[in-house]
Design a protein. Sequence first.
Length: 135
Amino acid sequence: MDRQRRPRALPGRDTRIQEDNAPIYRAYLLEEQLRAVFQNVGVQASNMLDHWLAWASRSRLEPFVKLARSIRANRAAIDAVLVRRLSNARLEAGNRSNVTHRFVRRAFVALLTNLWVTFDREAAGRDHRVQRSLF
């Protein structure tokens, strides 16, 4: 399912939330606006990101100010995603499966080693002539 998450309308309650919890309300609006940036494509998305960065920098909400700095530092890669929809997702997926395979292989080798050591100890207990490990 490819559903887009949209902000829920809070009829009549928006103003009360805005007055009582101004920082939380601003954070909610910033988060939803950033979500909208990545739902758009091309130059429009890049322009929306420019406006979002300015707003986040002025927001006085430390997590968003920090995020704006990070986005500015990596702006070329983010613009590639926004304008050209370039991504390294397939490469990362391949890396992930290689890492998983490596961990499974290591676990299997550790299991076999433990079995051989156990077998070796049991054999040594029955017959004192077997004293060295197979590994």
